[in-house]
Design a protein around this ligand. Structure first.
Ligand SMILES: NC(=O)c1ccc[n+]([C@@H]2O[C@H](COP(=O)([O-])OP(=O)(O)OC[C@H]3O[C@@H](n4cnc5c(N)ncnc54)[C@H](OP(=O)(O)O)[C@@H]3O)[C@@H](O)[C@H]2O)c1
Length: 288
């Protein structure tokens, strides 16, 4: 059996959205899950990237393999560097190489955390300089994927948002109940809506683009500004926003990064994807 698209990590935030979008386009989609999956579910494949590749069930041949499976938090990687490295580097690259050997185009999701956050609008070819275990693992994942040549594509994302993501979900719940929220004023994000990420991925796959790409929002803003934008869009009362200042870097980061932005020049020039500003990003995220 062969499928059009295999999504590794098909039950995560981005993986779920990838599966939905690919199915809607009419593709034959199979996704992986860490749950033990009954043979009766032909569109789900059990896969634990922490297990030795020799124990994996044989990999389904697919035209495209999207790797959205990961230990995806800074804190999770910092708390268990070796266990998370087995997933984010060893398992991920074993999967990428296996898929490529079977002829697949491989898309690996990475992060702005491969940089240290000291400069805005990082260029895709700047030297990687992570200040977290998560960022170091992502940097290794990128290198291994790019070594696949024309079959490998890396898409770096910043904070991906929709209604069900941190911190929007918690904020929306608290604000609706009249409880105050405390957005951080000295940590920046360049939020990007899931829908925009899917549009970029669709185009990368359609053109089998290889190399390094970025998808993010145009504005690097503080969490305080993000919460204020939520108020301006009618989802929050301003008097319930009680901004706070961090007393230490968030768990997993060696310092508080000043910037999160990356350039999107090539995506704009080649594909017409200009990074969206904050208001349309929020609108897209909240209507998804
Ligand atoms: N979301 C963002 O803001 C963001 C930003 C930049 C980059 N990224 C990257 O984008 C990718 C997807 O992120 P996400 O937000 O969708 O992450 P997520 O919601 O945490 O989902 C991660 C997925 O990976 C699976 N997974 C974890 N450990 C695994 C293992 N040992 N073997 C197989 N699967 C495993 C999880 O399975 P379970 O469902 O069983 O836990 C889940 O389906 C990640 O590489 C992440 O680093 C995300």
């Amino acid at each position: 059996m062969r499928c059009d698209v295999l999504v590794a990590g098909g039950e995560g935030l981005i993986g779920r959205a990838l599966v939905r979008r690919a199915r809607r386009s009419g593709a034959r989609v199979v996704y992986t899950s860490r749950r033990s999956v009954a043979d009766a579910a032909p569109d789900v494949m059990a896969l634990d990237l922490a297990a030795p590749p020799a124990t994996w069930r044989s990999l389904l041949a697919a035209a495209t393999v999207m790797i959205a499976a990961a230990v995806s938090t800074l804190a999770g990687c910092a708390a268990a560097p070796s266990a998370s490295g087995r997933v984010n580097v060893d398992g991920t690259l074993a999967l990428a190489r296996m898929a490529a050997e079977r002829g697949a185009y491989v898309l690996f999701l990475s992060s702005n955390q491969v940089f240290d956050g000291r400069l805005p609008r990082r260029c895709r070819y700047d030297a990687r300089c992570p200040i977290s275990e998560y960022g170091r693992q992502k940097a290794l994942g990128e290198k291994g994927t790019l070594a696949l040549g024309a079959q490998g594509c890396v898409l770096r994302l910043t904070k991906v948002i929709d209604r069900a993501t941190v911190p929007l979900q918690g904020w929306l719940g608290d604000l609706a109940a009249g409880r105050p929220v405390a957005p951080v004023r000295d940590l920046t994000v360049a939020p990007v809506a899931v829908g925009f990420v899917l549009d970029v991925i669709e185009r990368l796959i359609a053109t089998r683009a290889s190399g390094l790409y970025h998808a993010l929002g145009a504005e690097g803003v503080s969490y305080e500004t993000l919460a204020l934008a939520l108020a301006d869009a009618g989802h929050a009362r301003r008097d319930l926003l009680c901004p706070r200042t961090l007393t230490a870097p968030p768990a997993g980061l060696a310092a508080i990064p000043r910037y999160t932005s990356l350039e999107m020049d090539e995506e704009s020039r080649c594909f017409g994807f200009a990074p969206p500003t904050l208001a349309p990003t929020l609108e897209l995220a909240l209507t998804a």
